[in-house]
Design a binder for this molecule. Sequence first.
Ligand SMILES: Nc1ncnc2c1ncn2[C@@H]1O[C@H](COP(=O)(O)OP(=O)(O)O)[C@@H](O)[C@H]1O
Ligand SMILES: N[C@@H](CCOP(=O)(O)O)C(=O)O
Length: 347
Amino acid sequence: MAVFTEVGFDEADALVRRLGLGALTALKGIEGGIENTNYFASTESGEYVLTLFERLGAEQLPYYLCLMKHLAARGIPVPEPVADPAVAPPQGHPLSIPANAPCELLHTVAGKPAAVVQRLNGKSELAPSAAHCAELGRLLARMHLAARDYPRIQPNLRGLAWWNDTMPVVLPHLDAAQAALLRSELAYQNHVAESSAYAALPRGPVHADLFRDNAMFDTHASADAPRLTGVFDFYFAGADSWLFDLAVCLNDWAIDLASGRHDAARADALLAAYGTVRPLTAPERALLPAMLRAAALRFWISRLWDFHLPREASMLKAHDPTHFERVLRQRAHATFEFATGADALAA
Ligand SMILES: Nc1ncnc2c1ncn2[C@@H]1O[C@H](COP(=O)(O)OP(=O)(O)O)[C@@H](O)[C@H]1O
Ligand SMILES: N[C@@H](CCOP(=O)(O)O)C(=O)O
């Protein structure tokens, strides 16, 4: 990822020693990602990732870190955050714990909130096959079910309210056709969000950014039988519909990257595998096309925002906003059928 904040070796060494991980043997800034500062940290006891949170504050972070811990405890392959043994975990029901209570998973480095999590083995698959998509679909459904009893509550901070707030900020940077598309799609999504079908969608804590680069596959597995080693980067997670999470994945894992066009073989594999763990409900089947548009809109807006209002960082590579403009146009105007029975029709 980008390195927004440089971390000195001695400061990182002091942290990992305090966490009981032994001495730091190597510290390397990570290229890739756009939100936070990330370093690979090797210690005497293993391989970790040190993340300094650049936008999120200490009030939001316990939600993400405790969610990762919750999922790891239920056998979902996610990086487990390392606790500070000197900080006692807060007592009582999580909903009764004030957001600013000390959190044993949250540390401070270079004046910023920080976390140390296990480094996952493997490699991201940026050109996934239907078999990779099926692996992802199964894990996504397992993750949704495993998070059902997660007690903390935090909305998706990049959800509809943020889209409405951010549209006026990015509009001055768009041409007339783009501005018209953004306005009309946001109006459509506000309308969908008021529908009874939308209210009936099953919800819970969702990842909300499970792109190909946030999943790792075993590099030793055969191409026909890929094996996910884990998923990471939960820092956009929040309460939202499971369908929105699924749509985010379909828009990244199961499209033709050059044109943004739907790829039926990969999409059907992902959906079918998801459905073997948790079958979609009728409202979900009905709203899948609308949520595919919502997921495309979400990342078009955030990419526009990152691109036109950039932050200072070394190694920062802003993502191309026009990609999700293309995906959104495809989703809004194409007609295609899903094996689930959902049809995507023109608006
Ligand atoms: N737990 C982890 N295990 C292995 N690699 C990781 C882990 N967390 C992050 N990375 C690496 O760091 C890169 C950037 O991380 P990411 O979380 O996407 O950054 P950002 O928070 O800025 O979005 C990833 O593409 C991956 O290579
Ligand atoms: N996945 C999002 C933005 C976040 O990027 P990440 O590398 O931090 O996961 C996008 O592609 O726009």
